[in-house]
Design a protein around this ligand. Structure first.
Ligand SMILES: Cc1ncc(C[n+]2csc(CCOP(=O)(O)OP(=O)(O)O)c2C)c(N)n1
Length: 301
C-alpha cells in the first residue's frame, strides 16, 4: 500500500465515500453522548472498497459482517434506515431488531458472527443457479475470519457446486487486537488455491483501481458461475469497536498517512471541500430527522 496521489473520482463516488466516513463519525459522537447503545464497529479507512464494488454488484446479493455500515451505505444508500435501526427509532431497516450487525433488506444481509455468512451465501448462490438467474452473491469478510472452519466448508462446496460467489476479503492485518501475522499460517491466497478457486489480490487504496481490478473477476463469476476470492488489502484507521485499539502510536500515525480520503483532500481540495460540505450537511440532516422519530420499544432515549 502506498500514499501515492489518488486518481480523480466522479462526484458520486466521492459522495458515497464521504457519506460513510461522516456517518460513522456521527455514530461515534452519538455513542459518546449516550444516544447509541451496544457497540459499533466503524470501517474508517476501508470505505473505498464497497464504494468501488457497489456499481459492479447492483441487483446482486451482498452479505456483510460486523463492520458493515459502509457496505450497507455503499450498496443500499439508505442512511435514514440504517441510523434509525441503530438508534431504535421508527423506520429502521429491521425495525430495531437487527441493530448494527444484523441487517436484512433487499438482498443485503449482515451477521456479526464471523464466518456465518459464507455457508448461507453458498445456499443463496445455489438457489440463483437453480432458478436460472444471472445474479451473484458477494460476501465481505475480514482476514481474521479465516480462522473459522465454516469459511473452508463453504468454499469447498462453492467450488464443487459451481456457485457464483465472490468473497471479498478486507485484509486490514488485524482481528480485534490480534495481528494477522500472529494467527494465520501460510497465506489466504494459498488456502484458496487449495480448493482450486481463483484468487486475486490488490493493495490499492484507489477507488478506480479497485473497481477496474475487480470488474473482470465479477464478470467471470457471473458468466461462469464459479467462485472467486478477491483479497483487498486495506487499513483499519479506528479501533476494533470503540477505545480498544492495541496498536502503538507510530503504527497508527503510519496508517493515517495512508488514509485514502485525506490523500484525496490534499490532491483535489476544491472538489473535496464541496463534497465534504454536502456529506456533513446530509449526515447532520439525517441525524436530526431520525432522532426526532419515535422510539421503537426497547430504544434508548
Ligand atoms: C464466531 C465469532 N467469534 C468471535 C467474534 C468476536 N469478533 C468480532 S469481530 C472479530 C475480529 C474480526 O476480525 P476480521 O475478520 O479480521 O475483521 P475486522 O474486524 O478486521 O474487519 C472478533 C474476534 C465473533 N463476532 N464471531
Amino acid at each position: 500500500m502506498t500514499a501515492d496521489a489518488p486518481s480523480p473520482l466522479g462526484d458520486a463516488d466521492l459522495d458515497a465515500g464521504l457519506l460513510i466516513r461522516r456517518f460513522e463519525e456521527e455514530l461515534l459522537r452519538l455513542y459518546a453522548d449516550g444516544h447509541l447503545a451496544g457497540t459499533t464497529h466503524t470501517c474508517l479507512g476501508q470505505e473505498h472498497i464497497p464504494v468501488a464494488l457497489a456499481p459492479l454488484l447492483t441487483g446482486d446479493f451482498v452479505f456483510s459482517n460486523h463492520r458493515g455500515h459502509g457496505h450497507y451505505l455503499a450498496h443500499r444508500a439508505d442512511p435514514h434506515g440504517l441510523l434509525a435501526e441503530l438508534l431504535g427509532r421508527d423506520g429502521g431497516v429491521c425495525r430495531g431488531h437487527g441493530g448494527s450487525q444484523h441487517l436484512r433488506r433487499d438482498g443485503f444481509l449482515s451477521t456479526g458472527v464471523q464466518g456465518e455468512s459464507l455457508p448461507a451465501a453458498v445456499g443463496v448462490g445455489l438457489h440463483l443457479n437453480r432458478t436460472g438467474q444471472d445474479r451473484i452473491v458477494a460476501a465481505y469478510i475480514g482476514d481474521g475470519t479465516w480462522g473459522e472452519g465454516a469459511v473452508y466448508e463453504a468454499l469447498n462446496m462453492a467450488q464443487l457446486w459451481r456457485v457464483p460467489l465472490l468473497v471479498v476479503v478486507e485484509h486490514n492485518r488485524i482481528a480485534q487486537s490480534t495481528p494477522t501475522t500472529a494467527q494465520l499460517a501460510g497465506t489466504i491466497a494459498g488456502r484458496v488455491a487449495g480448493f482450486g478457486i481463483t484468487v486475486s489480490e490488490s493493495d490499492s487504496l484507489d477507488v478506480n483501481e479497485v473497481r477496474a481490478g475487480a470488474a473482470p473477476h465479477v464478470a467471470r463469476v457471473r458468466a461462469t458461475r464459479q467462485p472467486h476470492v478477491l483479497v483487498q488489502h486495506t487499513v483499519r484507521l479506528g479501533p476494533h469497536s470503540k477505545g480498544d485499539d492495541s496498536r502503538d502510536a507510530d503504527e497508527l500515525r503510519e496508517l493515517r498517512r495512508l488514509d485514502w480520503l485525506e490523500r484525496y483532500a490534499t490532491a483535489y481540495p476544491g472538489q473535496f471541500s464541496a463534497a465534504d460540505a454536502r456529506a456533513r450537511r446530509r449526515v447532520a440532516d439525517v441525524s436530526a430527522e431520525v432522532r426526532s422519530r419515535p422510539l421503537v420499544s426497547g430504544g434508548v432515549a
